[in-house]
Design a protein around this ligand. Structure first.
Ligand code: F6P
Length: 369
């Protein structure tokens, strides 16, 4: 494929938001301006291009130095995002009134070209980056930026948003410790993370949890109850349990809230199940706190801001260097480019033999196995 000169690039933010998105956008715009490129933002994932009529102020908006001033520290995304607009599975009404998932990536590439855009920087998780890869396969020039609080993207040491989520969850655990101790309760804290236990593991260790339940280690509730009872016998009359939303009992199912057309499965509810089962087995009062979307809100930590700014600037450098179909990736101490194809091949879950797991076990944390 020939690599032409770039003068107009577009940015898209897709999937769940994550603290640091605005910092990436700012870095891209400033780095593009330095090169004399025009920068445009597609609203709500790709909806701004797919359904421009829904955006009275334009589905694709110009981004200038002025429009990105002072946004580095802001959560969310100034472009908007969606997890309902996957162009490869676009919810499309049929003549009989039903709605089917239709692959409209070809049409999206056409619209992209018609808009006179030379390249796309897609900032997203596995879903958005897979779409980016499909668009690249259809001839679009694409660079991906890995984003997700879940930290489940392969080929990058970390994604921005994760540190902010872990920091907030840790603060919540600190707060819950005092009330759990005072009331001698079991507090079950459910955190996001989809099918990976990164948030639960990191926040659980940093926040002194007694039990951490993650998808990578199916748990036995009897073992968790025995652990709580043992603490009771030793005079430690409270227990903090962190449970990842994707955790499941050995031989059992994940707690799923539902699945709509064009959307990923919605996880949630395992916290209540664990609390209920522990209360029944230990006789101790157990309460659930679901941190949910609070983990995605707020200002990015300085670690996430810096990573996001580095990623944004690196994405522009990648385009300038003629790279295509790559994802910028943190491989400490440097930011590198990884083939998008490889980055989306598999999900990065917690390796059971990593030193963070060893640390947790050395601290006596129970995984219910
Ligand atoms: O991928 C980020 C994430 O926050 C997951 O941790 C969670 O399962 C999902 O998104 C929730 O998505 P929604 O905002 O659609 O509820």
């Amino acid at each position: 494929m020939s690599i032409g000169r770039i003068s107009r690039i577009a940015i898209s933010t897709g999937g769940g938001d994550a603290p640091g998105l605005n910092a990436v956008i700012r870095a891209i715009v400033l780095a593009a301006c330095q090169r004399g490129w025009e920068c445009h933002g597609i609203r709500d994932g790709y909806n701004g291009l797919m359904m421009p009529e829904q955006f009275p102020n334009g589905g694709v908006i110009p981004l200038t130095r002025e429009s990105v001033a002072g946004i580095t520290h802001l959560g969310g995304t100034i472009l908007g995002t969606t997890n309902r607009g996957n162009p490869a599975k676009f919810p499309t009404p049929q003549a009989d009134g039903s709605i089917l998932e239709v692959d409209r990536t070809g049409e999206l590439v056409e619209r992209f070209n018609d808009a006179g855009l030379d390249a796309l920087i897609t900032i997203g998780g596995d879903g958005s980056l897979s779409i980016g890869y499909q668009l690249a396969c259809k001839g679009l020039r694409v660079v991906g930026v890995p984003k997700t609080i879940d930290n489940d993207l392969d080929r990058t040491f970390m994604t921005f948003g994760f540190d902010t989520a872990v920091s907030f969850a840790t603060e919540c655990l600190d707060r819950l410790h005092t009330t759990a101790t005072s009331h001698r309760r079991v507090m079950v804290v459910e955190v996001m993370g989809r099918y990976a236990g990164w948030i639960a593991l990191h926040a659980g260790i940093a926040g002194n949890a007694d039990v951490i339940l993650i998808p990578e280690v199916p748990f036995d509730i009897e073992k968790v109850a025995e652990y709580v009872n043992e603490r009771e016998r030793k005079g430690r009359r409270y227990t903090i349990v962190v449970v990842a939303e994707g955790a499941r009992p050995a031989g059992g199912e994940r707690a799923v809230l539902g699945k709509a057309i064009g959307q990923a499965e919605k996880l949630g509810g395992i916290g209540d199940i664990v609390a209920h089962e522990l209360e029944a087995r230990t006789g101790k009062e157990a309460r659930t706190v679901v941190l949910g979307h609070l983990l995605r809100g707020g200002s990015p930590t300085s670690f996430d801001r810096l990573m996001a700014l580095r990623f944004g600037a690196a994405a522009v450098r990648a385009l300038d260097e003629g790279q295509n179909s790559v994802m910028v990736a943190l491989q400490p101490p440097v930011v590198r480019y990884e083939p998008l194809k490889e980055a989306v091949r598999r999900m990065k879950t917690v390796p059971l033999d990593c030193d963070t797991m060893d640390t947790a076990r050395d601290l006596g944390i129970c995984f219910g196995d």
